[in-house]
Ligand binder design. Structure first.
Ligand SMILES: Cc1cc2nc3c(=O)[nH]c(=O)nc-3n(C[C@H](O)[C@H](O)[C@H](O)COP(=O)(O)OP(=O)(O)OC[C@H]3O[C@@H](n4cnc5c(N)ncnc54)[C@H](O)[C@@H]3O)c2cc1C
Length: 462
């Protein structure tokens, strides 16, 4: 296997699509109103939300590596409306709040798109919607059941039979599909989005420090002292934490999440002839409905991104650069790609990479606080954070600036997922969770989750 040409962010293709300027690390002791830890989508959207609410705030973002280095620069770029990891998962845990959560998610996605356009961020945004495809006969019924479920919530997905999906996208494996519109999901180049958000933070007067790894937090009478490797210190009245699957540095977060690795391939650009061979004129974001699903899409320069299937946990919650590459998973993904698009035989994969996903036992973002309410965190997006990080950032902002906000009273925001035990019980517990974890990583919902939830929620919904 050839080495990847771009080692940054685990070798993510998206990181090779620009040349972001490096920012200096923090030096010495500096004072801010709010310190934000993590320069991914959670941290960047949080800084923007704070500065839009109060432009006089002094806000600093502390990023251990480089803006977008984590999952935000490595993901599939599916930017979905759902806050609950799909309607089915939302219904399972929050049947009482699902209408509000669905509406909040759609509003959030619309605002995100409007923001990207208004700020002139070149994130290669494509409002093409989604297609969830069935590749096994039993998936077809599950898709129909899910279409019924979504119709009951006023946002129907449209069922396509075999002939209809084959007319759209030519693969011998596709038996049926569900189409969702751009109000359900859009596509982005996630690294360009992260870089654009960083520039938006700076335009608003925020400061971003890179190569600034936070090592600890200390409560002081006036707020929080934030220690940074290399000797820098931030003094801040409040701290927001958005370090996702890397959150092991903050001990109280360890029971909340499990880092699970997800892997991705990117082809060379498809020629016009190769594109003709597969159709896909609508350029939708695709996922298949298998238990271990794949997600796939086209990039702006017509490469095909192909990811998913495996979900790998490394004992001890390990998140290391060595895990960004996994030849066995890359080979599996290549085999599955060939079976799905045999007409692309011989195409080269120019990039292969992986990244850690912050998974909780409920598969959606969770919130909490530390150090007497001076520190707030959001994590646990479980593979569906490109859109929902923006909504979570609004919650983090409200926790500091608008503690009476009705959104903070949502059970979705207040309740916590079941904790995951420490090692040595953690590895076997994660193995037990594994089936559900893999299923949970689908951009919307796997057919199994769809089927079980469609059945279990029918009673509640009626
Ligand atoms: C391969 C892959 C594919 C995915 N596909 C999709 C998808 O298609 N759609 C979707 O919605 N979601 C997807 N996701 C999930 C999505 O990318 C994440 O939910 C989202 O990016 C999380 O953003 P974040 O800011 O919370 O975390 P991150 O982007 O991981 O950012 C955390 C940042 O914190 C920094 N950091 C860590 N520790 C410290 C410290 N001690 N001090 C300072 N900084 C620190 C890290 O360097 C990192 O930059 C995918 C994830 C992966 C890995």
């Amino acid at each position: 296997m050839m080495p990847d040409p771009t080692p940054a962010a685990g070798g993510s293709f998206w990181f090779s699509t620009g040349d972001p300027s490096r920012r200096a690390p923090i030096l010495g002791r500096q004072r801010f109103d709010v310190g934000v830890i993590g320069g991914g989508f959670t941290g960047l959207w949080s800084a923007i939300a704070l500065l839009d609410a109060d432009p006089s705030l002094r806000v600093a973002v502390l990023e251990a590596e480089q803006v977008g280095f984590g999952a935000s620069g490595r993901n599939g770029g599916f930017c979905a409306a759902s806050l609950t990891h799909g309607l089915a998962n939302g219904l399972l845990h929050f049947p009482d709040e699902i209408e509000v959560l669905e509406a909040e998610g759609r509003r959030n996605l619309a605002e995100l798109v409007a923001f990207v356009r208004a700020e002139g961020i070149d994130a290669e945004l494509e409002e093409t919607g989604t297609l969830d495809v069935a590749t096994e006969p039993h998936h077809v019924d599950n898709l129909r059941a899910y279409a019924d479920l979504t119709a009951r919530y006023g946002h129907p997905l449209h069922f396509l039979d075999r002939a209809e999906i084959q007319a759209e996208i030519h693969s011998p494996r596709f038996l049926a599909a569900l189409r969702g519109g751009p109000d359900r999901s859009v596509l982005v180049n996630p690294a360009k989005l992260a870089w654009g958000l960083a520039a938006a933070v700076e335009r608003r007067g925020g400061t971003i420090f890179e190569s600034s790894r936070v090592t600890g937090l200390r409560r002081r009478a006036w707020g929080v002292e934030v220690d940074v490797a290399g000797g820098g210190v931030v003094e801040a009245a409040h701290v927001l934490v958005g370090t996702s699957a890397y959150s092991g540095w903050m001990r109280r977060l360890v029971p909340v999440f499990v880092p699970v690795y997800d892997y991705v391939l990117m082809t060379e650009p498809l020629t016009p002839g190769q594109l003709d061979g597969i159709g896909w004129r609508g350029r939708e974001g695709l996922s298949d409905a298998g238990h271990q699903f794949h997600y796939f899409r086209l990039s702006a320069d017509n490469r095909m991104l192909w990811g998913g299937f495996d979900a790998i946990y490394h004992p001890g919650n390990r998140v290391l650069p060595a895990h960004d590459r996994r030849p066995a998973t890359f080979e599996t993904l290549e085999r599955h790609f060939a079976a799905t698009f045999p007409q692309l035989d011989g195409i080269r994969f120019t990039h292969r990479w992986g990244g850690a996903i912050d998974t909780t036992t409920r598969f959606h973002v969770t919130f909490g606080e530390a150090l007497g309410g001076r520190v707030h965190y959001a994590l646990g997006y479980t593979g569906l954070g490109v859109g929902s990080t923006r909504w979570a950032a609004g919650i983090l902002r409200d926790r500091i600036l608008a503690p009476d906000s009705p959104r903070l009273r949502l059970r979705f925001v207040r309740s916590r997922p079941f904790p995951i035990p420490p090692e040595p019980a953690r590895t076997p517990a994660v193995e037990l969770m594994r089936r559900a974890v893999i299923a949970a990583l689908v951009p919307q919902s796997t057919s199994e989750m769809i089927a079980s939830c469609a059945t279990s929620t029918r009673r509640r919904v009626r």
